[in-house]
Write a protein that binds this ligand. Sequence first.
Ligand SMILES: Cc1cc2nc3c(=O)[nH]c(=O)nc-3n(C[C@H](O)[C@H](O)[C@H](O)COP(=O)(O)OP(=O)(O)OC[C@H]3O[C@@H](n4cnc5c(N)ncnc54)[C@H](O)[C@@H]3O)c2cc1C
Ligand code: FES
Length: 283
Amino acid sequence: MGKYNQDFKVLTKRELCANTYHFKIQAPLIAKKILAGQFIMIRPNENSERIPLSICGWNREEGYIELIIMSAGRTSTEATIKEVGDSFKDVVGPLGQRSHIAKYDGACVLMGGGYGTGAIIPTARDLKEAGNRVIGVVGARSENLLLMVDELKDACDEVYLTTNDGSIGIEGFVTHALEEIQKKEKVSSVLAVGPVPMMIAVANMTKEDGIECWVSLNAIMVDGTGMCGACRVTVGGKTKFACFHGPDFNGHEVDFKELMTRQKMFVDQEKIAMEAFTGALEK
Ligand SMILES: Cc1cc2nc3c(=O)[nH]c(=O)nc-3n(C[C@H](O)[C@H](O)[C@H](O)COP(=O)(O)OP(=O)(O)OC[C@H]3O[C@@H](n4cnc5c(N)ncnc54)[C@H](O)[C@@H]3O)c2cc1C
Ligand code: FES
C-alpha cells in the first residue's frame, strides 16, 4: 500500500454506550505524526461526506489510531456501522494544532463530555509529562453514558465523575466538580471538550475565577485545512478557522452565540440526509 492508496482498516470495535463506539483504525502515517489536540477527517464510503473526529489515542509502532464515534447523523452512522475488517475510504490528518502544553504552578483540570472525554486523554498525558498535576473530570447525564473513565484515570493523577441524575459521582455538571477541586487546591488551567453549553459554562466560571480556559470548538467543517471557510469562528473579535487555527481556543474570547448559530445552519438538510439513509437501510 502506497502513500496515496492506504487501507484504513477497522482493527477493533467496542461499544461504549448507546450509539457510541471506540475504534482502532490502521493508519500508520497518521499514527507516526499525530499530536494531542489534533484531529482527522474521515470519509466512511466513496459517496460519503467528510466529518471531523478527534483522536483519543494512537500507537506509533503498530501504526493505528483510536477514535470514538457517536452516531449523530448520516455520515457518523455510516462510520459506526463499520465492523472489524471493513475499511474507511479516506482518513486525512493530522489536522489542526497541538493542544496548549505548558508547566503550571497549579493543577490542570481537563473536562470531557461525550466523545470529548476521549479527546482530552492525549492532552492529559502531555500535561503530566510536562510535570503538571492533572485532574480529569468526566460529565454525563447518567452513569451508563460515562465514557473512557478507566483510560482517563491512567492518564491523570485524579478523576472526578459528575452525572446530572446523581447516579454516580457528583450530582450536577462538570462545573460542580471544578468548584470542589478549587476548594482543595489551586487550579491554573482548564481544558473543556464537549457540548457547547458545557464549554460556555466552564468558560464563564473560569473567567470569573481568573483561570486560563481552553475549549475545543466543534464547528461544522468541510475540508479541514483552512480553505473553505465553513468552520469560521470569532475569537477575540478576529475571524479564525477552527480547523486550522484550532480546534483549541481561549474560551474567554470565543463568540459562542455565533458558533451555535452556525452549527444549526444545515439542520433541515441533515434531517433529509438521515431520513434518506435510514430509509435505504430499511429496504
Ligand atoms: C474538531 C472536531 C472534532 C470532533 N470529534 C468528534 C469525535 O471524536 N467523535 C464524534 O463522534 N464526533 C466528533 N465531532 C463531531 C462530528 O464531526 C459530527 O458529529 C459529525 O460531523 C456529524 O455528521 P453527520 O453527517 O453524522 O451528522 P449531520 O447530519 O451532519 O448532523 C447531525 C447532528 O449532529 C450535530 N453535528 C453536526 N455537525 C457537528 C459538529 N461539527 N460538531 C458537533 N456536532 C455536530 C448537530 O446536532 C446535527 O444536527 C467532532 C467535530 C469537530 C469539529
Ligand atoms: S473546514 Fe474549511 S476552512 Fe475549516
